[in-house]
Design a binder for this molecule. Structure first.
Ligand SMILES: [Zn+2]
Length: 429
């Protein structure tokens, strides 16, 4: 049995619904871990006696749950910061050529290892990840995640209308998906997501087939893009004139349900959001990507009116940082431009337990509650001179907000997976 002593903060419930009761904060806290699972988390004064036999490690910094990245593309990491286009042209010019290289398994292995190490360095312990159309790209990511004991959910991209060299067929897409599910089911902390890229790159037959695979496997997610960019939305409206809106296209093929995760959802009708809430589907809010591609501003208040489940996505390579922490500062700015605000405790909830719920792993990670896996991050408020100066003597609210606005990978002192240190800044506590 091991225990970690330090300042501990988690937000198991959404403060927008549960109020300040949602916040669990222990200035001098103790997180007790056995076999990778949390057995207790509370004030040191309350727990020290009961767990006197535990070996105690003191952590200087703010202990929060490991971050959950609810939408990110590992094959695009080397194309981050590609200049000058909106979504459809950016895909053609920068992304599709990069994804073609993942036909080579050795290339996929190299990028997967780099990507996962970068996630850990940024404090991300769970992620819902796009691979490419190649089954080997998923094998590469899952093997690397298994080695590192990370909670990664991914799937082979379905895109039978994709460009030459980057497309499958209904039959090959189905066969690869079924084989990957069978090959990886129950291994480590991995999960599978049936992953049609988005409606523009799949035939009706393939979308219907994806819906059938999701229905056949109650343990898999469905992960896709929705209503991101005006050019894309116009294309979908033209191709599917019978659908009420973009979401309805996916709905007609059985792709809207409680295990569905839709990235972006920037331009949504109230009908579509009400339908998502009714189905129990979730949204990955990707603010840096939406600004980078000029897609628009996600309307959190509108989604809240329908009580749709929300997580936070970095969406590399259109996103501009792998830091979920920094992405929260950008989410705040998006809300400001929409005339709303985003409370820093709520932001932390969305980046941890909120995202975990969207991914269907909310019982396993995200809140530092007993029974959950001990995935956590130690944040260092002294990681830059400005952050240190802003946080000195400040309230918890103000420190947390400063970390979101000014912080990034530099503020991550250490990352723990199931109670084991998986990353630590040299010289950090
Ligand atoms: Zn994406």
């Amino acid at each position: 049995m091991k225990a970690f002593r330090g300042e501990i903060l988690s937000v198991p419930e959404d403060p927008a619904l549960a109020g300040s009761e949602a916040v669990r904060h222990f200035e001098d806290g103790l997180l007790v871990v056995e076999d990778g699972l949390i057995v207790a988390c509370g004030a040191h004064v309350d727990l020290a006696e009961g767990y006197a036999e535990a070996e105690v490690e003191k952590l200087g910094g703010l202990i929060v749950p490991g971050f959950v990245d609810a939408h990110v593309h590992y094959p695009q990491i080397e194309r981050i910061a590609s200049h000058g286009e909106q979504l459809m042209q950016w895909l053609e010019r920068h992304i599709f050529p990069a994804e073609k290289a993942f036909a080579d398994r050795a290339h996929a292995d190299g990028v997967a290892a780099f990507f996962l190490d970068e996630l850990l360095r940024h404090g991300t312990t769970s992620a819902l990840v796009f691979a490419t159309v190649h089954a080997g790209s998923v094998d590469a990511l899952f093997e690397a995640a298994l080695q590192r004991d990370m909670r990664i959910v991914s799937g082979k991209v379905l895109m039978d209308l994709g460009p030459e060299g980057l497309s499958d067929t209904v039959a090959s897409g189905r066969a690869d998906t079924e084989a990957l599910i069978a090959r990886w089911r129950g291994r480590g902390r991995l999960g599978y997501a049936v992953t049609p890229r988005f409606a523009p790159t799949s035939s009706r037959e393939q979308l219907a087939d994806a819906g059938a695979v999701v229905a056949a496997h109650p343990d898999v997610l469905m992960h896709t893009h929705l209503s991101e960019n005006p050019g894309e939305i116009a294309f979908v409206a033209e191709r599917f004139p019978e659908a009420a809106d973009y979401l309805d296209v996916d709905d007609r093929f059985g792709l809207v349900g409680p295990r569905s995760v839709f990235a972006h959802c920037v331009h949504m009708s109230d009908r579509a959001l009400a339908r998502m809430a009714e189905a129990g589907a979730g949204i990955a809010f990707c603010p840096t990507s939406n600004m980078f591609l000029g897609s628009g501003l996600f309307d959190l208040a509108q989604a809240d009116r329908h009580r749709v489940a929300i997580g936070i996505g970095t969406d590399i390579g259109a996103g501009t940082t792998l830091s979920v922490l920094h992405t929260l500062g950008e989410a705040y700015r998006t809300c400001q431009l929409r005339g709303a605000s985003l409370d820093p405790f709520r932001a932390l909830h969305l980046a941890t337990q909120g995202g975990a719920r969207v991914m269907g792993i909310g019982d396993k990670v995200g809140a530092l509650l007993p029974g959950q896996e001990a995935d956590f991050v130690v944040l260092d408020e002294r990681s830059t001179p400005l952050l240190a100066r802003r946080c000195a003597g400040a309230s918890l609210h103000d420190r947390l907000f400063a970390l979101q606005v000014l912080g990034d990978d530099r503020a991550v002192a250490a990352t723990y997976l199931r109670g084991r240190r998986a990353y630590g800044k040299s010289g950090a506590a």
